[in-house]
Structures are given as C-alpha cells and as structure tokens.
Design a protein around this ligand. Structure first.
Ligand code: ADP
Ligand code: MN
Length: 515
C-alpha cells in the first residue's frame, strides 16, 4: 500500500511483455501442458496438505509455483484442465500401484527389480517427496552386474592378431555404454549400464545430445517455476476460487495481471453473466487477490486491530481469516464510497480473500495513476478540487480516512480522479485515524503543490478543511502533537464513557468538542 512498495513492484503493462511472461497466457505451446500437469498435481497435493495444516495450525496460504492458465475459449480450457487433472490423478494411482507391486515382488530379497521405467509421472514433473523416497535408482544398486571392462590407457590390449584397439567396435560400444553414467542423474538410461550393451558412436552421440537437452529442459522448467512464483502466480486455493468464477459464468475470461504488489495481485477480467437478474456484472472487472504473508499481515495489524468495527472479531481469528477481513474491509469501504457518489470501483463480489470489482480503464488498459499521468494545468487544478471534495465526502459522509492516499492510489480516468485501494481505510475515531488523515493530507498537498496548483492548501490547512477541526498550530511538529492529544482524548473518552467524542459523530456540521 505504501508508495515505496508500489514503486518497487514491477507494474505489468498490458502489452506483449506480460503476455509473453504472464502465467495467465493462453495454453498454446506444448511446454505449457507439461507445466500445467505439474501445477495440477501440486494442487491436489497442496490442497490435502493445506487441509491438514489448517486443522493443526492455521497457516497462511503459501504462494505456489506454476502458472494459472485460461484459454481464450474458457470451456475448452477448463475441460482441458479437468482432463489433465484426471489424467494426473490416474497416473499417480498407477504409479502408486506399481510401487506396491514392486515392493511385493522384491520383499526382503537382496536382489530387487525396479519398475521405475514404467512409471507415468515424469520425474521432472513430480515434486512429491513421497516419490523420491520410493524411487529405486537401479544405477546405484549394489547388487547389479559389474561394469563392462574398458580398454586400458595405452589404447590396446592383446597381442598379434588378437590385438584390440580403442577403435574396436565391440570395445568402443561397451565403453560408450559405460559413459552413459556421466549423464545427468535424472536421465533414464534403463538397465543398459548393467548389461553387456554395445552402443555405436552414432547412437551414443544421439543419446548424449538428448541427455543434455533434457538437462537444459529440466533447468528451464525449474527456472520457469521460480520465475512465476516471483512474478504473480497465485496459490492453488485462489486458483480454484478464480476457476469457479469463470466456470460459473460470472467472469468471461481472466486476461492477465495488472499489478503485483507486496500485499495484493490485481488481475483484469472480462465480465460474464450474473446468476441473479438484479445484479449486473461490469463488462470489465478487476480482481484483487490479497496475497498476504504472515509478515505483511503483522505490519498491517495496526490498522485493523484498533478499528472498533473489527474489534470483537480480531482476537478470535486466525491469520487466514484476518486476510479475508482485509478484503472484506475493502469491500465495505468501497460500498460506502459508492453510496456517497465518490468515483471508485464498484464491488461485484467478494469470495474469501478475492475481491472482484469494476475495472477503472478500458480495453484491458488500466487507468493511469495520478503519478504517471501528465495533466494540463487546467486538469491538474480540476483534479485538485475534486480530490479536496472527495476527501471531505470520505470523512464526513463515509466516516472514513483513506489512510494510504497519494498519487499512487488515485487513478485518472474519464477526466476525473478515482480513488482505489481502501482496504486499510479506517474510521476517523480509530486511535490513529487523525494521524493517518494528516499523512494523507501531506501527500496530497505536496503532490498538487509540486504539480503547480497555486490554490492547493498546505497540509495543515487541508487537514482542517477535511476534518472540520480547527487546529491552529503553525508548524508541523506542534500540529502533529495536537492531533495526537486529540486522539488520546477520544480514547480516554471511549474508555470512560463507552462512546466517542461528539466531534466525531457530527453529521456534516463542523465538529465541536463537548468537553
Ligand atoms: P495494492 O497497492 O495494495 O497492491 P491496489 O488496490 O492499489 O493494491 O491495486 C494495485 C494496482 O492495481 C493499482 O495501482 C491499479 O493500477 C490497479 N488496480 C487496482 N484496482 C483497479 C481497478 N478497479 N481498476 C483498474 N486498475 C486497478
Ligand atoms: Mn495501491
């Protein structure tokens, strides 16, 4: 939410750059179907794991590797997905059965056989540690036959007409077979090394080439996974939630990622059909996924902990539920703003930690942030006046302080300013509500003053204009001190009388102290 975080996060534009990198791209290459299977297998495993974790200790959802893919044709892609899930499940069961048979046949015998090469799941596609434990590597079998003999260093053995040089076909073939040991450990060479196999140079070279390319593929696969984790992949549970929205028809397609920040990932989607007639889904939607880790959540709890609206619930909740509360808070705050007529995204639906709202922008291009747009001085002045009005409305009508207001969370669209990102917004009576408001005022003043708006009030004037308070201190330090004293007074009042000071509950009129 803070400007620094946003600046640090690479903003994915809607151009071809994200289309090529974005994990939401259409599944049109063969390599994707491979990593897709990977994803789905992991999803199943992780789901089960999460269920267990949930029961034991409610952990936060981890960001999983692997892309989430929707095709242009939603039905086809979800059928494909289902088919692949089923296939994966089948393959896993098949492999498990193989392992059981392997164990049954081998028993306690010192000589064991391996069905490794009959397994369905490619070792690169499987992350399951279960597989690793049971994987019988025949090449390390201590009971296997000795390696074929190779020629000594001098290059030939024998004498006279029995001499065999290193170029001898048979010796060379055996040597090639032995050299297969140098291939990457994942490379499946079967039982060839243990047998008296003779590989011609041609075959060996082809195999070597293949082994190297497999190695590179494996590295690429790994790299891709890490990349998508760092980028904007969502965890399996979120992916499932999003699938349901698309499958249910509420969303037409999820096209790509608009933004990835420390605390949320925002996607663009085309709206679909509403299940109920009274609700209209906007043609374009923004999906905000709250991807909160425990650390992030700790930094933010000051906003929610002291917000009396959430007071009773906070203490009883586990972190995962608190993440949902952020989303819920954003939804409530947006609804209040909408009711007051403040330009802001319209809430479509909230599902757990996923908030769907109307998209500010057009044709997949999000409206620019105020910090990124160059406005004429006329528009700049217009934007300022509008911002001042919105801040007053927000405070007086919505009883809210944005608490992260700056040019980073104001979008310029349709010739006006739109407010976004209100999950951290609090009521003015929040123990630090006025401090947050002062910070907002500082950001807004500085931005418009630097932007050349002569009318722009300074931060202290703006604070008074928005809050209706009349703090007279003429310097920032004293002003801040007075704000804190006010907050303390209000807290004490709440403690002693169980209610807020009337200055906070006035209905639009300039607030007055009743003490
Ligand atoms: P955070 O800053 O916490 O990551 P925001 O709500 O500010 O989350 O969203 C991040 C970015 O995503 C915004 O800066 C904006 O560019 C884009 N965005 C968010 N919501 C919308 C929306 N409804 N329409 C268009 N773009 C949006
Ligand atoms: Mn933001």
């Amino acid at each position: 939410m803070d400007p620094v975080g946003i600046a640090a996060a690479p903003e994915a534009g809607p151009g071809p750059s994200w289309q090529s990198k974005c994990p939401w791209g259409a599944p049109n290459t063969t390599s994707i179907s491979c990593s897709l299977a990977d994803v789905m297998s992991e999803q199943l495993a992780k789901e089960l794991q999460l269920e267990e974790e949930n029961a034991a200790f409610p952990e936060v959802v981890a960001v999983a590797e692997g892309p989430f893919i929707t095709g242009e044709d939603v039905d086809t892609s979800s059928d494909l997905m289902l088919a692949q899930m089923l296939q994966m499940e089948f393959d896993r069961e098949y492999d498990a059965q193989l392992r059981r048979e392997e164990r049954k046949i081998n028993g306690d015998s010192k000589v064991s056989i391996s069905f490794e090469n009959f397994r369905k799941v490619h070792p690169y596609d499987s992350d399951s540690s279960e597989d690793e434990v049971d994987w019988q590597d025949t090449r390390h079998d201590p009971y296997r036959a000795d390696k074929p003999t190779t020629t000594p260093r001098k290059g030939f053995i024998g004498k006279g007409k029995d001499i065999t040089t290193k170029h001898d076909e048979v010796v060379c073939g055996r040597k090639n077979t032995a050299r297969m040991e140098n291939f990457a450990p994942e490379f499946q060479v079967g039982d060839g090394i243990g047998m008296d196999l003779k590989l011609s140079n041609q075959v060996f070279n082809a195999l070597k080439q293949h082994a190297y390319s497999e190695e590179r593929r494996s590295a690429r696969l790994h790299e891709k996974k890490e990349h998508s984790t760092a980028e904007k992949a969502v965890d399996p549970k979120t992916r499932l939630l999003l699938y349901k929205m698309v499958n249910g028809g509420m969303l037409e397609t999820i096209t790509g990622c608009i933004s990835t920040g420390k605390e949320s990932v925002v996607f663009h989607a085309y709206g679909g059909q509403s299940a109920t007639e009274d609700k209209v889904i906007p043609p374009e939607c923004a999906i905000k996924v709250f991807k909160t880790t425990l650390n992030e959540f700790k930094n933010r709890d000051k906003y929610i902990k002291d917000d009396y609206r959430f007071k009773d619930r906070f203490s009883k909740l586990n972190p995962r539920k608190i993440i949902r509360m952020w989303a819920e808070k954003e939804m409530h705050n947006l609804t209040r703003m909408q009711d007051a007529g403040i330009p802001c995204p319209q809430v479509v639906i909230l599902k757990k930690h996923v908030l769907v709202m109307s998209f500010i922008g057009q044709d997949q291009v999000p409206a620019p942030k105020l910090k990124d747009v160059t406005l004429s001085s006329e528009d700049m002045k217009k934007a300022y006046c509008q911002t001042l009005n919105m801040m007053q409305q927000l405070y007086k009508e919505c009883k809210l302080v944005h608490a992260d207001l700056s040019e980073y969370n104001m979008l310029w669209h349709d010739g006006k300013v739109w407010l976004i990102d209100v999950s951290q917004s609090v009521e003015p009576t929040h123990p630090h509500g006025l401090e947050f408001l002062f910070r907002d005022c500082r950001n807004v003043s500085q931005f418009f003053q630097k932007g050349g708006v002569a009318e722009a009030l300074n931060e202290r004037e703006l604070f008074n204009a928005v809050s209706g308070l009349n703090i007279t201190a003429d310097n920032e330090v004293d002003f801040q001190a007075e704000i804190e004293a006010l907050e303390k007074m209000n807290e004490d009042h709440v403690q002693n009388h169980g209610k807020k000071l009337s200055m906070f509950s006035s209905d639009g009129d300039p607030p007055i102290y009743d003490e």
